[in-house]
Design a binder for this molecule. Sequence first.
Ligand code: ADP
Length: 212
Amino acid sequence: MVVIGLGRFGSSLAAELVRRGSEVLALDSRPNVVQRYADELTHTAVADSTDPESLLQLGVHQFKRAVVAIGTELEASILTTSLLADFGIPHIWAKATSRQHGRILERVGAHHVVLPEHEMGERVAHLVNGRMLDYIELAEHYALIKTHAPAEAVGNTLGELKLRSKYGVTVVGIKRPGEEFTYATAETTVGQQDTLIVAGTTPQVEAFAERT
Ligand code: ADP
């Protein structure tokens, strides 16, 4: 995996990949930035990713996966993405700072575009307005949420509660205070202090969280 651009997004992403055991080559054009992450990221190099020769010298064209984590420098982001596409890298992920930027990145060959600020803004909107503890949209209008147990559920098993027919939601996991999350089954009894992981359409999970 090659990660290009070690700003806040790229450096966090590269560090997490390394923690999870991936082989990562991390590049940035600023020597002081590369120096900062040299120990943590093991394989780092100073390179201008808009220069095809530099990329070829580093063997970037041989990677199966690449992340372009250049955000604010639009020209560098677009040029880098198109060079990686010319190399035929099969999985190119690119960070965009606006939807228009994202559309251009797709046009020049990005297979996946992420908009961290837009996506986080939308996610936080669900949290500030309601009673959910966490919200992850898995597909359009389908989400997984973390929520407290609704008062009406306490003391009953999930089998008795019939939440699927009542609210259209499925309880996927449950956590008692001080314990880890476990899979929820029909025999699981809901406790007052429990935290639930619930799947369903956005209006269904929102309505369910409002009952807590
Ligand atoms: P963030 O918002 O995640 O901090 P930035 O857009 O501020 O992202 O940071 C992008 C990083 O990409 C910076 O560290 C910058 O030095 C690096 N960068 C910008 N242009 C190039 C380039 N042509 N080649 C390599 N790295 C680059």
